[in-house]
Design a protein around this ligand. Structure first.
Ligand code: ADP
Ligand code: ASP
Ligand code: MG
Length: 457
């Protein structure tokens, strides 16, 4: 079997979902499980209505909900025609009425919890998967809608829930596998899961890729396909740099570093299940299905270029911690990292001197509280609107003088932290967010003007 995941833009409207149906039809002999995201921008809209309700703005919340309802109805009607739409309409109506009720309930109690936010955030995938399954059936595919919340079991870490793999495997084998055995095409929403007690959760923004990988890993897929709106993994974000070119083949390790450091085309956790089971992952373009895309596998040709790609991760905060009182006494770093752990805040980059430590974290609401806790140990400053730029490639291991070439290309830019070595396949550094476009395009020109055709298209 294979897993085919279609992102938000690939299911953004009736035309896109129709295209997806033909792509899936071409793969029927390979027994696909289809994972879909919410229609493009719907998750943002859902979070906006949750937040409006949470701040007591009933009218705005219901207005946004009405807009979401209309968009889904229009899409379903265009896809399914009047007769098909009449069949699915009662179910969609019940779903959207439930969402209206939930929003009113939030306004009434005057509180929006993480648990309720997750329930609302996952609504997009719940309905998009129903609409896609109905559209597939109408187009001659034996599709069966599967409620992902019954398959993907997670902990209760709302907003970024962690899958419980053993239980998830059992559920997938119990619910999805028999459908495949009967020649049906299971269609499930990405991004969503539920706790053992049945409370809805989400896997974090962009998490539909992760759902696809979890399903592929646990069902021993021969391939996981991530269908998106670009031709594959590119040498950098094509939105930032129009010169970006497609990477034909890249290793798990390289692609994982890129995803972790901001290449949005893949959710950072996606490759873990694939690596464990050695399942190739393909990135493909649903608007250009003939293109070969990018193949991500355990090993990939190194090629002649030093790097495979450049990623940038924005919305970073740099926290500088200066040890005035304890002067790097032993246990100092431990106590610092305990503060971050206590706030459940992952740290990306670290650099130390004799008396100070700088770390980067994703900008988030708890930074002020973290800084207040750290201030009990040391002097603390923090600054947001930073970005990590990261150059990735296994050839770094064999090429001397790479750091010099990299920093020469951006010599007039203020660089705050540098890290090379942790994985041996990346060089990363921190700059102001505003400098990202210029830095990326300069580095791209330096390292990707000539491309090895074995690796790049
Ligand atoms: P989907 O909705 O299909 O999951 P995403 O928006 O999450 O799609 O990811 C695709 C986007 O990722 C692309 O449109 C592109 O702007 C961005 N992106 C960032 N870095 C890269 C990269 N190195 N290669 C390809 N796309 C990238
Ligand atoms: N719809 C979710 C999001 O926008 C998940 C995804 O698209 O992967 O984050
Ligand atoms: Mg995505």
């Amino acid at each position: 079997m294979i897993v085919m995941k279609f992102g938000g833009t690939s299911v953004q409207d009736a035309e896109a979902i129709d295209r997806v149906a033909s792509i899936v039809r071409d793969r029927l002999p390979e027994k696909p499980v289809v994972v879909v995201s919410a229609l493009a921008k719907i998750t943002d809209l859902l979070l906006a209505m949750a937040s409006a309700a949470g701040s007591g703005n009933r009218e705005k919340a219901l207005e946004l909900c009405q807009a979401a309802r209309e968009r889904h109805y229009a899409t379903a009607q265009e896809l399914l025609g009047t007769h098909g739409f009449t069949q699915i309409h009662p179910e969609l109506d019940a779903d959207f009425n439930g969402l209206d009720d939930l929003l009113r309930g939030i306004v009434a109690v005057g509180e929006l919890t993480a648990r309720t936010t997750d329930n609302i955030a996952g609504f997009g995938e719940r309905v998009s998967s129903k609409i896609a399954a109905a559209a597939f059936s109408q187009r001659g595919i034996n599709a069966s809608h599967v409620d992902s919340r019954q398959c993907i079991v997670t902990d209760a870490n709302f907003g970024k829930a962690v899958p419980q793999f053993e239980e998830t495997k059992a559920r997938l084998e119990q619910i999805v596998k028999p459908l495949l055995d009967r020649g049906r095409v299971p269609v499930m929403g990405g991004f969503i899961g539920s706790t053992r007690e049945g409370i809805s959760t989400t896997l974090g923004r962009g998490g539909s890729d992760f759902t696809a990988a979890i399903a592929g890993g646990e069902l021993n897929a021969s391939r996981i396909e991530i269908w998106t709106d670009v031709d594959g993994m590119m040498t950098t974000d094509p939105r930032l740099c129009p010169d970006a070119r497609r990477i034909r083949t890249i290793s798990f390790e390289e692609a994982a570093e890129l995803a972790y450091f901001g290449a949005k085309v893949l959710h950072p956790a996606t490759l873990l299940p694939a690596i464990q089971k050695n399942i190739p992952v393909l990135i493909l373009n649903s608007r250009n299905p003939k293109c070969d895309g990018t193949r991500i596998t355990a090993t990939a040709p190194l090629g002649k270029n030093v790097f495979k790609a450049i990623a940038a991760k924005k919305r970073i905060t740099v926290v500088d911690i200066v040890a005035t009182r304890m002067l790097m006494a032993h246990g100092f770093l431990k106590s610092i990292f305990e503060v971050f752990a206590h706030h459940r805040c992952p740290v990306d980059m670290v650099s130390t001197s004799e008396v100070s430590v700088s770390v980067t974290v994703d900008s988030n609401e708890s930074i002020a509280a973290i800084a207040a806790d750290l201030a009990k140990l040391a002097d603390v400053k923090y600054a947001g609107r930073k970005a990590i730029v990261c150059l990735v490639g296994e050839n770094i291991r064999n090429t001397p003088g790479i750091a010099a070439r990299t920093f020469a290309a951006v010599e007039d830019v203020n660089i705050e932290m540098i890290s090379q070595g942790a994985s041996e396949i990346n060089i990363s550094f921190v700059i102001d967010e505003a400098d990202v476009p210029a830095v990326i395009s300069r580095l791209h020109r330096t390292f990707f003007s000539e491309l090895d055709p074995e690796v790049f298209a």
